[in-house]
Design a protein around this ligand. Structure first.
Ligand code: SF4
Ligand code: SF4
Length: 92
């Protein structure tokens, strides 16, 4: 089975509030490479050129934790979604 097919099986129960937050938007605006856009496997982070800001599609987060350490400026506040919310992986 291809990885894309496996990811199609992942289910989400999104929280009403984001469990991910940019600490300082100014830091993102000056960030040269916007690494979060590249390293997030769920493509949660996107750079909005018109708004000059990172957008966060937190509903599709895999909770892998990479963005806790991947941002070179540690500019992402990360926690798990509230109980019962978030990603649900199906195995097999
Ligand atoms: S890598 Fe960090 S500082 Fe750079 S755009 Fe992403 S969240 Fe902002
Ligand atoms: S925890 Fe993983 S999947 Fe979720 S936003 Fe961070 S890098 Fe992306």
């Amino acid at each position: 089975m291809r990885i894309e097919d496996r990811l199609f099986l992942v289910k989400f129960n999104p929280d009403k509030v984001s469990h991910l937050r940019i600490i300082s938007p100014d830091v993102c605006e000056k960030c040269a490479h916007k690494q979060c856009v590249a390293f997030c496997p769920a493509k949660v982070y996107e750079w909005d050129e018109s708004e000059k800001a990172i957008t966060i599609a937190y509903e599709g987060c895999f909770e892998c934790g990479a963005c806790r350490i991947g941002c070179p400026d540690l500019n992402i506040s990360w926690r798990y979604p509230r109980g019962g919310c978030g990603v649900a992986f199906r195995f097999g």
